[in-house]
Ligand binder design. Structure first.
Ligand code: PEP
Ligand code: MN
Length: 343
């Protein structure tokens, strides 16, 4: 249920409503607005008639049910788009389209720092790189793990770019949070509820990837797991889903962008690298995603894709990434957005 306070309701009236929500056994989540505050009361749906009685408290304008299965992630709960500040001048979900770029896997300090320098110059704002890699085969490169995290933190210091990396194991959440600015949940872990709950308890933004078989509603429910534990800084990432089509690694669900935009207030980014699996399609799908209204892109870039230890075929080399960043500008403008270009 959403408890909408009257404009200019007193602080003590808000406090009283919050206390009452807790007394009734619900979790209050308050959004402080410019003119009025709203409180989401989250808990057992069967008590909605009890919550309706909050309408009699002073300062309360109305109590309305949230009809979607997800509550805190829904547009009903929060009308305004959520903006997630990553650093002093980087915001995901604002007017600027934020590009996240870097190698699939961190393979060493030199290649990572070299990639960071290049993608930053081309206009990328956030550096990506996997240290814990979810590979289909146990015989494939599994990532440099702790050593990779150290290289990533060093690359952040050298380049001044915030960094994002995947956390696979709930037991590694603190370790990864100590080294990264954003924690990524990979497609394969989108319904690892233990991991999601743990990420709801930390203070860093989460980049949540859609699973290859998750519906849009299931995807938003996963975000709800994180938000309901207290962390509302969730960035959704469409990265392609499994279909019968095998010409590409996955099928990019471009329509997920406007659908998510309609259903949630969370920022939505697109990963055209994992969606297509082939470097030659990444540019076109980046353009399409920007035209569809995404807030950012996550793109795999490698100094020598032919030598990459993972996802080489879908990784852009430096000149291709620079070309993408140049050519995407008119698409961003047409969508009413800005995008950083070569520095
Ligand atoms: C990744 O971004 O490194 C990755 C493994 O992607 P996904 O989880 O979408 O497959
Ligand atoms: Mn990859």
């Amino acid at each position: 249920m959403i408890i909408v306070m009257k404009p200019h309701a007193l602080k003590k009236e808000l406090r009283a409503v919050i206390d009452k929500i807790k007394d009734l056994g619900y979790k209050p989540h308050t959004i402080y607005g410019e003119t009025r505050n709203v409180i989401g009361a989250i808990g057992d749906e069967r008590g909605k008639f009890v919550l309706q009685s909050l309408e009699t408290l002073s300062g309360v304008e109305k109590v309305v049910p949230i009809l979607t299965p997800y509550k805190l992630a829904s547009k009903e709960f929060k009308k305004d788009k959520t903006e997630i500040p990553i650093s002093k001048d980087i915001v995901v979900g604002g007017k600027e389209i934020i590009v996240i770029a870097g190698p699939c896997s961190i393979e060493g300090q030199k290649m990572l720092s070299q990639t960071a320098r290049f993608v930053k110059q081309a206009g990328a704002k956030i550096l990506r790189g996997g240290a814990f890699k979810p590979r289909t085969s146990p015989y494939s490169f599994q990532g440099l793990e702790r050593k990779g995290l150290k290289y990533l933190a060093k690359a952040r210091d050298l380049s001044g770019m915030p960094v994002v990396t995947e956390v696979m194991n709930p037991g590694d959440v603190q370790l990864v949070a100590d080294h990264a600015d954003i924690l990524q949940v990979g497609a394969r872990n989108v319904q690892n509820f233990t991991l999601l709950k743990k990420l709801g308890k930390i203070k860093k933004p989460i980049l949540l990837k859609r699973g290859m078989m998750t519906t849009i509603n299931e995807f938003i429910m996963s975000a709800e797991y994180i938000i309901s534990e207290g962390n509302s800084r969730v960035i959704l990432c469409e990265r392609g889903i499994r279909t019968f089509e095998d010409a590409t690694r996955n099928t990019l669900d471009v329509s997920a962008v406007p659908v998510l935009r309609e259903r949630t207030h969370l920022p939505v980014i697109v990963d055209p690298s994992h969606a297509t699996g082939y470097a030659q399609y990444v540019k076109a799908m980046s353009f399409a995603s920007v035209a569809a209204g995404c807030d950012g892109l996550m793109i795999e870039v490698h100094p020598s894709p032919e030598k990459a230890l993972s996802d080489g075929p879908q990784s852009l080399d430096f000149p291709s990434f620079a070309a993408l960043m140049r050519e995407i500008v008119p698409f961003a403008s047409a969508a009413g957005r800005t995008i950083a270009t070569r520095q």
